[in-house]
Design a protein around this ligand. Sequence first.
Ligand code: SF4
Length: 205
Amino acid sequence: MTIFYKFEGKMYINITNGCPCRCVFCLRDNADSIKDNDSLWLEHEPSFEEITAAFDAFDKTGMTDAVFCGYGEPTVRADMIVRVAQYIKDNSDMSIRLNSNGLVKLIHPDFDINSFRGLIDSVSISLNAPDAVRYNEVTRPSFGEKSFDVMLRFAEEMKDICSSVAFTVVDIISEEEIERCRAVADKMGIPLRVRHYITDNESYT
Ligand code: SF4
């Protein structure tokens, strides 16, 4: 069971395969792993003890960055992110990034994102589309069109909680839509990274 894996010099953390979305570009539909790592489909959601034991055993030589990512939406286990991030901070000097769809307030309405303060150093949020209608078509969240505004609010609030917030968009939408995404991001003062759509296991960040 692969909980931690190495990709481009960073340590990635795979704690859940759960996700309320069905993004049209989701790599989970096309591959079982990232590069030559083992399958990222988990046999079960790992316990805190299993995660910390895997962290202790993982070869972290030269690694300075940890990323909650994997084959699923990490905030499906928001409380576990907090516990694991605290453990990583207590046992390493790693900087911690969260890759998220930004929907934690819909997934766990009672979760206080202030719990991330001091633990999550940066967050990368999937903007995916320039408006609620297109977001619903591209991301296909189980919560429907209200998801877009919730995601934007999460991004805005995270600016006060961690030192770096970024948006991503995958280039499966049109150039014109990417430019509209850029306008949304610029208005919020958040940088936008355009990711190339991939259909195999070349990358997933
Ligand atoms: S949010 Fe991430 S894990 Fe969920 S469907 Fe979209 S790309 Fe896949």
